[in-house]
Design a binder for this molecule. Sequence first.
Ligand SMILES: NC(=O)c1ccc[n+]([C@@H]2O[C@H](COP(=O)([O-])OP(=O)(O)OC[C@H]3O[C@@H](n4cnc5c(N)ncnc54)[C@H](OP(=O)(O)O)[C@@H]3O)[C@@H](O)[C@H]2O)c1
Length: 328
Amino acid sequence: MKTRMLGPLRVSSIGLGLWQLGSPSWGTRNLSNAVDIIREAIEHNINFFDTAEVYGWGKSEKLLGDALKELGVGDDVIIATKIAGFRSTPYFIRKAAQASKRRLSRTPDLIQYHWPPPYHTPLCKALRGLEKLIDEGLTHYIGLSNFDSKLLARSLSCFHKHEPISLQIQYNLAYRAPENNLLPMAKEKGLTIIAWSPVAKGALAGARKATTRAQKTDKLFKIASSDKKLQSALRSVAEKYNATLSQVSLAWLIAKNALPIPGTRRKERIIEYSNAMDLSLTREDIQLLDEASKSYVTRWGRDYNLLQWLRLVPSPIQYLFIRATGGV
Ligand SMILES: NC(=O)c1ccc[n+]([C@@H]2O[C@H](COP(=O)([O-])OP(=O)(O)OC[C@H]3O[C@@H](n4cnc5c(N)ncnc54)[C@H](OP(=O)(O)O)[C@@H]3O)[C@@H](O)[C@H]2O)c1
C-alpha cells in the first residue's frame, strides 16, 4: 500500500471522497451499493475516507458507518468528516460532532470545518469550539476546509491547544489558484493539503457531458472537459503509461504533495483510482501537464475563492436552506 502522512496519521496516498453516497447532487439518495464501494476500496488499499454531515444530510456518514460495521472494520481505517460552516458557535459545533459520531458509530479521526463561518460571527470563538472537540473525545484531530490564505493566517492564531493538521480545498489541473498562496502557507505551517474534486467531477477523467446536478452547476466542469490543450496533454501522458486520464490527474496531485480524494458512485471505478497510487510521473510529464494547465494558476483568481460567498449568508438561513434540500 502506498501511504503518506496526514499529520501523525498514516493514510493511503489516495483517499475516497464520499459525497457521492446518498447525495441529491449526485442523484444517489437511494444508493444501494455503498457497502460494495467501501469494501472494494479497503480491498484495494484505500484506508482513508472523507465524508461530511451535509452530504445527503447525514446519509453519507450513516452509509459509511453501517458499511464499516457490516464489514467488521474498526479503527484500522481513517475517517475524516466535516462540520458545516453554519455551525458557528461551540455549542452547535459540539452538537454536530456528537451527531456525526452517532451516524458513524465511532469517533472520526479528523473533523474539518467544511467552510468558514459567516462574517458576522466571531471567528476565534468558533475555531476554539472546533479545538475543544478533541478534549471532549469527539475527534482525534481537526482540520479546515475552503479557507482562503488571509483567513487561514488569521485562523491559525486562534488555536490555543490543538493545531489543525490539514486544509481541504479544491485543487486539480484546472484549478491551480492554491499554488499562489495556500500551498506555500500550508507547507510552512505543516498542514496537509487534501484535494477535493481531484478529477474535476469527471472532466479530467474523460467525462464530456454533465449528467448530474453536481456537474451541471460547476463552471469548471464545462471548461476543463472542453479544454483541448489540457485534454491532449493528459492523453499523451496516459498513453505513455497505458494509464487512464483520471490516474494521470491523480498522480499529478500526488506529485504536488497533495492528498487527492476522488469520489464515485460505482464500485468499478475504485480499482482505477487505487492503481493511480502506483503511477509515478517523471519531471518531464509534470512539466508537460504544468505547461498545458498554466492558465489555471490565475484564471479563477489569484487567491482561493470558492464558497467564500457563503460567509455573507447568516447561519440560520444556510442551515434552513441546506436542510430543506436534503443536504448537498
Ligand atoms: N470540502 C469541500 O468543500 C468539498 C467539495 C467537493 C467535494 N469534496 C470531497 O471531495 C470528493 C471528490 O470530489 P468531487 O466529488 O467533487 O469530484 P471528483 O472526485 O473530482 O469527481 C468524481 C466524479 O468523477 C466521475 N468520473 C471519474 N472518472 C470518470 C470517467 N472515467 N468517466 C466519467 N466520469 C468519471 C465519477 O463518476 P462516477 O460516479 O460515475 O464514477 C465521480 O462521480 C467528494 O466525494 C468529497 O468527499 C469536498
